[in-house]
Design a protein around this ligand. Structure first.
Ligand code: SME
Length: 163
């Protein structure tokens, strides 16, 4: 079972050295990618106006820009909370980056009262994520939101950012 508390502690410890979002998210993607079984992509999309722009990640090259409300990532921003998809093929509007992906969980990251991006984790296994994973991934996103300094990042995600 994935030890999400351990990963959150590791990320907090990394933040003691440097809180700037770019190095911290880069290392966080590595912590998550190597800390979980049966995943093929772990990383971040960051708010740029009404869009989400690809940020630090581990895995195959991914799509670069996602519109708010589009795909699992953009839908999680609209929803304003974690979105777990057991079967990506059954999710209307799912954006396929790696053909191997079968399930996905996306958690919005909040900082300074607005959504600054999302944490996205993909798996080649259908139904890979259960309720524990959903809570754990939400915990990681919350930890990053508190620990990272996003002040260099443009802005929030439009109106939904104030949810
Ligand atoms: N599947 C995502 C796109 C990002 S990749 O999975 C890395 C989506 O539907 O938003």
């Amino acid at each position: 079972m994935t030890d999400y508390s351990m990963m959150a502690a590791q990320i907090l410890s990394l933040a003691e050295e440097e809180r700037d979002y770019m190095p911290l998210l880069s290392n966080a993607a590595a912590v998550i990618y190597h800390g979980m079984d049966n995943i093929n992509w772990a990383g971040f999309y960051l708010a740029e106006g009404e869009d989400l722009l690809l940020g630090p990640f581990q895995g195959k090259p991914a799509c670069i820009r996602i519109k708010k409300g589009k795909g699992v990532c953009g839908s999680a921003v609209l929803k304003g909370s974690v979105l777990r998809v057991d079967d990506v093929h059954a999710f209307p509007g799912h954006i396929a980056c790696d053909e191997a992906s079968r399930s996905e969980t996306v958690a919005p990251i909040r900082s300074g009262g607005r959504i600054v991006g999302v944490l996205d984790i993909d798996s080649p296994v259908e139904g890979r994520f259960d309720e524990n994973d959903e809570a754990g991934i939400a915990l990681i996103a919350e930890t990053i939101g508190r620990a990272a300094d996003f002040s260099r990042l443009f802005s929030g995600c439009g109106d939904v950012s104030r949810k």
